[in-house]
Design a protein around this ligand. Sequence first.
Ligand code: KIV
Ligand code: ZN
Length: 383
Amino acid sequence: MIMDAAKVHIFDTTLRDGEQVPGCQLNTEEKVIVAQALENLGVDIIEAGFPISSPGDFEAVEAVCRAVSEPTICALSRAVKKDIDVAAKALRYAKHGRIHTGIGTSAYHIQHKFNSNPEEIIRRGVEAVKYAKGLTDEVEFYAEDAGRTDNAFLAQVVEAMIDAGADVVNIPDTTGYCLPNEYGEKIAYLKQHVSNIDRAIISTHCHNDLGMATANSIAGVMNGARQIEVTMNGIGERAGNTSLEEVAMILKSHQHLNLYTKIQSIQLAKMSKLISSMMRMPVQPNKAIVGRNAFAHSSGIHQDGMLKHRENYEIIDPKEVGVESSEIILTARSGRAALRHRLECLGHTVEPQRLDNLYEKFLEMADEKKVIEDGDLCHLVAS
Ligand code: KIV
Ligand code: ZN
């Protein structure tokens, strides 16, 4: 694998981790539509499903392989030969395929999930990676619950998997437990203590149980990870995964990090709507980047500042993510500047005295109606 030190690979798992959300299941046709949209968006890897989990998922992974050509198509498996065989079969039409296999490495998983021991876990992981390596183009290994795995043991696991042939090593914070500095230090520890680490790409896969998925993923890349696993709108198990749109715009707007992705940001708003409607999963209005209010300003102080210069209150030009313009919402918290601006947009130029009168009436109306629409303003001017 050729490495470009500045490139951060975007691995989208909307169709696998995202689709695990109750009520978000898609049929094969819908998954193909999403995969094609992800290809246009510029993701590098699409995790299309977990083929052993059901015949429907197998069929969908196969269909995605036939329908898209640019991104690598990835299929999930446990560290179990039968899973790997089925994943390889589902990937056989992929232009470029990847098997994502792995096993739990934290003390919780070793004892309470596998009733096993550390040596046996490494043995099973190595066996799975070697087996998968002979069946597809690339192998990614995940150390499930790496977030709560002892760093020294995790380094041993990662070293053994890279020796066995893993091209990518995924360090999931499966339970969303790590603090950003802890997760960043974990990646830095692996960079320092795994002798063969430069032969593989380190991947982040962070869950959002404590609202830190995006911060942890960014801490990961700042310490040497070069792949981020994400979902559109941050959907996924429990509180979800790292949001694609958030990491893409963080890296784009912090150019001093000297990191880039291939994401075509102008498509983000449209992509968010597609996922929300297909997966029947509304986006919270205050969601970063793609929420309804992400570029809406409603307090008088902010509106006045915005009207003087957009960058007083916006760090991203909404056009960059495919939103036509920012919005000035008229509420009882709005000031005269916003009212005058809106009236001017509607073709009404008003003198200061008249503006004062209208503003008083506007406030009375806004206290009652909460949000004032253009029709209300026309009514106000006419009365
Ligand atoms: O959260 C997790 O650990 C996962 C793995 C299967 C990669 O989703
Ligand atoms: Zn996950």
